[in-house]
Design a protein around this ligand. Structure first.
Ligand code: ADP
Ligand code: MG
Length: 329
């Protein structure tokens, strides 16, 4: 799904910039207007010209960084590709700058905001951080536009992405709104715990049935954290939120392994809630995979998948054991 991918990249940029607060506004399912406002370190005036250029990234200065880089989104393609399908306006202010700067972008380049004006960042009032406004997405690709589902459905997908990032980033205040009078559909506070955010998104009854996951598989440099439902929670569909090195990804092999781990303890047709945040050395990830593709592959796929499955099995067995013991006492 296209627009949620663009949103995901922009959220990752805000988080990479150390934002403590991120507000998403999506009008018309995000087609009409998609705005991401953050309190991160901002973009310096002299860097404005580069941010929408292909392969321009401030995060990978040298090849050696590949070994250390924590992220997938290091190829500097996100903003460049967005500026080819939409009108982009960026307002940003860094620490120590007397004012903010605003500039418009198209086709990977700075453009003038009005005919006759110079194509350069203009000083304006602002606060520390960055606001990116993406308007009229796919204005130049009508077939793509008409392939979109209903506005409500499109917004629903965007909201799901923001909710997922809010869960993985408890401690950052994140909101998502479609700009109607009903207020925001998601609003987390900096003091909210991961469980608080899950409660807000998935409801109190699930939040009561969560088990913390914490484990590691040193042989491949894997650490795992997360919150998963216990045997008393059974849903019609699997809710699987998977983050690897802070990026929301999909892994069909992990998905299968998770379902298998729960098969023994859930009623037939029942599915768990599983939120997992994995850390792996970048060398253990298949870096040849296109960074914007969500399906991820591990070099030690079997070891990683088996380790996660064992952690879940042991956790569930332990939790069930405790339950039986209590019942007998
Ligand atoms: P990448 O994240 O791979 O570096 P992007 O195209 O996503 O590439 O962004 C290009 C550059 O623009 C980033 O390297 C960063 O310097 C800057 N940038 C983008 N969004 C933000 C933001 N919200 N806050 C600060 N800098 C940003
Ligand atoms: Mg990026």
């Amino acid at each position: 799904m296209r627009r949620s991918r663009e949103l995901k990249e922009m959220l990752e940029n805000s988080l990479d910039a150390g934002a403590t607060s991120i507000a998403v506004l999506a009008k018309g399912g995000g087609l009409k207007l998609l705005q991401i406002q953050d309190t991160g370190h901002g973009i310096m005036r002299d860097d404005f010209g580069r941010v929408c250029e292909r392969f321009a990234t401030s995060k990978l200065r040298e090849y050696e960084d590949l070994q250390q880089i924590e992220t997938f989104g290091f190829r500097g393609e996100a903003l460049a590709s967005i500026s080819h399908v939409a009108h982009v306006t960026i307002t940003s202010m860094t620490d120590g700058s007397p004012c903010a700067y605003r500039a418009c972008f198209a086709e990977g380049h700075l453009v003038s905001a009005k005919p006759g004006e110079a194509a350069e960042p203009k000083p304006c009032a602002g606060t520390r951080g960055t606001t990116i406004v993406v308007e009229d997405m796919f204005y130049n690709a009508p077939t793509r536009r008409s392939a979109m589902k209903s506005v409500a459905e499109e917004y629903g997908k965007l909201l799901q992405v923001v909710q997922a990032y809010a869960i993985d980033n408890a401690g950052v205040a994140i909101s998502c709104s479609k700009g109607t009078e009903c207020g925001a559909e998601l609003r987390t506070l900096r003091e909210h715990s991961t469980t608080d955010v899950i409660r807000q998104v998935f409801g109190a009854s699930l939040a009561r049935e969560l088990l913390p996951v914490e484990g590691a598989e040193p042989s491949v440099g894997l650490t795992v954290r997360g919150l998963v439902s216990n045997a008393s929670h059974s849903a019609k569909k699997l809710a699987f939120l998977l983050f690897i090195n802070k990026r929301l990804v999909e892994s069909s092999s992990l998905r299968r392994a998770v379902e298998e781990a729960y098969a023994a303890c859930l009623p037939k047709g029942g599915h768990p809630f599983v939120y997992l945040s994995l850390r792996l050395p970048p060398t253990a990830l298949d870096v040849n995979v296109h960074p914007t593709k969500r399906e991820v592959f591990f070099l030690e796929q079997e070891t990683v998948v088996a380790a996660v499955q064992t952690m879940l099995r042991e956790l569930l067995a332990g939790a069930n054991g405790a339950r039986t013991f209590l019942a007998q006492a």
